[in-house]
Write a protein that binds this ligand. Structure first.
Ligand code: 26W
Length: 800
């Protein structure tokens, strides 16, 4: 049906009529989109079946990636590209009077994630399939993805996101593969034939129904599976309140990250975690059993990855299955568990290190809790044996302590591999945050620097640039992204650089139009597009960026020629609903935008735009249009960052601290092709441990800082009385935990350098080219290969 334009058109029209009982002339865009989606699913079904058969029959090891987030975004264009049918479809639709670009907009983003962690999972799926690796994702089919953000009077307002309103074309409901997951109840322990048997009595079951999505590799036959679990009532109890039971059950897959400030929310989150893990492990074990291999060889056929601590409960759950369901003894079960599981840490921030109060954990998951107690006891004994008398060490490493189950220790103890997501991050884990564990299990720790799929973030998102690249060096870079380095030979080719400039301009014009449509703000496409898009968090320091903009504004008011190159600052960020400070920063950005954009004295030189509802599809439009990528986290706090890689790959220059993967970006492009500033990770950690930083001194000694910080509270912003008092307090009253004022001068200097460099167009373009050429290393193909070789030990299913 995709073999020629006429065939596609005929098939499309027929399918549309069959699906919707309507003529083409009467059909809506939604119906047209659904039709195309179904055609693609049908088209891949043969390969999907074949891939599954290959996996079922074959002796190849499978890897399962357990993640509470999958931030997929849209799939239409991505699937068309990977299948190699984009051109036929585009032409065919055009002949019917439909623009693919517009049809693409109909699709809702699958926003089942928050930020980097979830997007990384989605990039990995693409790379696994494209490298023909037998790897599958397992997650939750949240009814509502991450909230939809509206900005009202400069404030963030959260609305429930509705990606399933028109159904999800790519999914297949697999009712026959449903499994029941027990919660609450009691455990009965009995001796039977000389061994202990555990029975879970009076449990409240929840049904987990899988929805499978095909994960289509780039120009290959491999179609892997992303399985998302939906929570539904198992059977209605005759006695209880049926509506209450239904509602409670369904709430398990209703929202991503329910508010967990109260016990009710905590219970729901823990339920979600066990729901994902228990359903997934049931499916994995079932599929393993079809191979008729000995359970003792489980780890040779199955690898299970724990993406951050959210699925760490896989450790006791796999133990439970192997012992209670399969009858293995503890030692055998433990060996298999540790050899099967691996774990990635994504952050060192204390607030993200999960811990569950026993008063919740024990009653909700009684059998799992028993197993964790045993794991803890055995582990503590081992530590004690190696460090006799060192109570303090045992306490700090324990899986259960101070009335809580600690998920990171659980994941570490139960996995054969623990990795950080960038060199610096892994070093910090080894030498600081997880040092005691590193001393105990040095061989388990390793680094896997993050990556992004260059197919979505360059090939698809930036057709202009990818076309130019292919014209210059041929198409091999798509399969082997390290070949982007061949672009280095165009470093002095002014014709090539001119084209690079043209493409950036087109992308900027396109974004400028979107901005005008969405915000009414007109921006100058000759100005530097200076972009910071990412979750809003104090450590990411959007505050530093906006304070610096206030400074630029103050300068411009004093001297209209103060700014060497006009600037457009673009922000996109969601604040977690309960994160008060983050929401204040959003308001501050919008207040500054209001002031700056309206002032006739500055509006031609300085513009500030806050784009609401930042998400994958919007990101795809933003990265290709950026000149400057703001990666300004307090050094040591950003585990890796992946936006930094997306910008670089699209030719933006990084303005950043030596944090996360910025360190490795610098290694690749060289210091002359990046704008660095600020404290080093070493220095930050030193100040944190030993003190010595006093933000007030910077306030008193730097007139620029004094001016902007005062403006937060002195009525500078009309109609926002006292709105920014708390921001003022974090900077001065609470000694500026994230070193915003400390790094201010160095940041301002780096910005000056940016302005100077931008004046030399040829130089700038050469820097941009080096960034693109060196970005191949940051393809998730490289990352996934490293995981496959070093951790999962899985190999291409197609090769014998
Ligand atoms: C317990 C609740 C929770 C859930 C998610 C706490 C924190 C999170 C984060 C949003 C996790 C996250 O996205 N981390 C990011 O992971 C990326 C992929 O490895 C890294 O590039 C980012 O530096 C890291 O912040």
């Amino acid at each position: 049906m995709f073999s020629s334009v006429p065939k596609f058109k005929t098939a499309f029209l027929k399918k549309l009529e069959m699906m919707f009982g309507t003529s083409f002339e009467e059909s809506t865009s939604q119906e047209q989109f659904q039709t195309l989606g179904h055609m693609i699913r049908e088209y891949v079904s043969a390969d999907w079946i074949q891939t599954n058969e290959l996996y079922r029959a074959g002796a190849k090891k499978q890897v399962y990636y357990l993640s509470i987030e999958f931030l997929l975004g849209r799939l239409l264009r991505h699937n068309l590209l990977n299948l190699g049918v984009e051109e036929v479809v585009c032409k065919g639709l055009r002949e019917l009077g439909i623009e693919l670009d517009q049809l693409e907009e109909i699709e809702a983003d699958a926003g089942l994630g928050n930020g980097g962690l979830g997007r990384l999972a989605a990039c990995f799926l693409d790379s696994l399939a494209s490298l023909d690796l037998p790897g599958h994702g397992l997650g939750i089919r949240y009814k509502h993805g991450l909230f939809e953000q509206k900005i009202v009077d400069g404030y963030q307002v959260e609305l429930p996101e509705q990606w399933l309103r028109h159904g999800h074309v790519w999914e297949v409901r697999k009712t026959d593969d449903a499994v029941e997951i027990p919660f609450w109840g009691e455990i009965e322990t009995r001796m039977e034939n000389g061994r202990l048997v555990f029975r879970h009595l009076n449990a409240e079951p929840i049904m987990a129904i899988p929805y499978d999505l095909p994960v289509i590799g780039y120009h290959t036959q491999t179609v892997n599976t992303l399985r998302l679990w939906n929570a539904e009532p198992a059977r209605f109890p005759a006695h209880a309140d049926i509506f209450k039971y239904k509602k409670e059950t369904e709430s398990v897959s209703e929202f991503l990250y329910p508010d967990d400030t109260h016990d009710e929310g905590k219970i729901l989150r823990l339920k979600q975690q066990y729901f994902l893990v228990a359903a997934s492990l049931k499916a994995i074990v079932k599929s393993f059993k079809k191979k008729n291999k000995s359970l003792l060889a489980f780890q040779d056929y199955v690898s299970i990855h724990i993406n951050d601590t959210h699925p760490a409960i896989a450790v006791p759950e796999l133990m439970r299955i192997l012992m209670d369901d399969e009858g293995l003894g503890w030692d055998e079960a433990w060996r298999i568990t540790v050899q099967t599981l691996s774990y990635t840490n994504h952050t060192t921030l204390a607030e993200a290190l999960e811990r569950w109060p026993l008063r919740i954990f024990q009653p909700l998951l009684p059998r799992i809790f028993m197993i964790i107690e045993e794991i803890n006891e055995r582990f503590c004994k081992e530590v004690w044996k190696q460090y006799p008398g060192d109570w303090d060490r045992v306490e700090r490493m324990a899986v259960i302590a101070h009335g809580e189950v600690r998920m990171a220790p659980l994941a570490i103890v139960g996995s054969h591999s623990i990795n950080g997501v960038a060199k610096l991050h892994t070093e910090i884990l080894k030498n600081r945050e997880m040092n005691l564990f590193y001393q105990f299990y040095p061989e388990r720790f390793n680094n896997k620097t993050n990556g992004i799929t260059h197919r979505r973030w360059l090939l698809k998102a930036n057709p202009g640039l990818s076309g130019l690249i292919t014209d210059a060096i041929g198409p091999d870079w798509i399969g082997e992204p390290h070949k982007l380095a061949e672009l280095m030979r165009y470093n002095t080719d002014s014709v090539f650089l001119g084209k690079l400039h043209e493409i950036k301009q087109r992308n900027k014009e396109r974004l400028a139009k979107t901005i005008l449509d969405k915000t009414g703000i007109e921006i100058d496409t000759e100005s530097i597009f200076d972009v910071q898009v990412k979750r809003l968090h104090a450590y990411k320091r959007q505050l530093l960026n906006v304070l610096h903009i206030m400074h630029l504004y103050n300068e411009l008011k004093k001297d209209p020629d103060a700014l060497l190159s006009p600037r457009t600052f673009i922000f996109g960020a969601k604040a977690s609903p309960g994160y008060y400070f983050a929401k204040k920063v959003i308001k501050l950005i919008n207040s500054v935008a209001d002031k700056v954009n309206k002032d006739p004295a500055t509006k031609d030189k300085l513009k500030v735009v806050f784009l609401e509802n930042y998400r994958v599809s919007l990101a795809e439009e933003i990265f290709p249009a950026a000149d400057i990528s703001e990666q300004i986290s307090t050094a040591s706090k950003e585990a890796s960052g992946t936006g930094n890689m997306k910008f670089m790959m699209n030719g933006a220059l990084t303005l950043g601290t030596l944090d996360g993967a910025n360190v490795e970006i610098t290694e690749r492009v060289g210091r002359e092709n990046i704008f660095l500033f600020g404290l080093s990770a070493e220095e930050v950690l030193d100040y944190q441990n030993n003190g010595g930083y006093h933000s007030l001194e910077y306030y008193h000694h730097d007139a620029r800082i004094r001016e902007i910080v005062d403006q937060l509270v002195n009525g500078f912003f009309p109609d926002t009385d006292n709105h920014f008092n708390e921001v003022y307090d974090t900077l001065l009253g609470h000694n500026d935990q994230y070193f915003v004022l400390k790094d201010f001068a160095s940041y301002a200097e780096a910005h000056l350098e940016v302005s100077r460099k931008y004046l030399d167009r040829g130089k700038w373009l050469r820097m941009s080219l080096v960034n693109i050429a060196q970005s191949g290393y940051f393809s998730s193909d490289r990352t996934v290969r490293e995981y496959a070789d070093d951790i999962w030990k899985v190999h291409s299913a197609l090769k014998v």
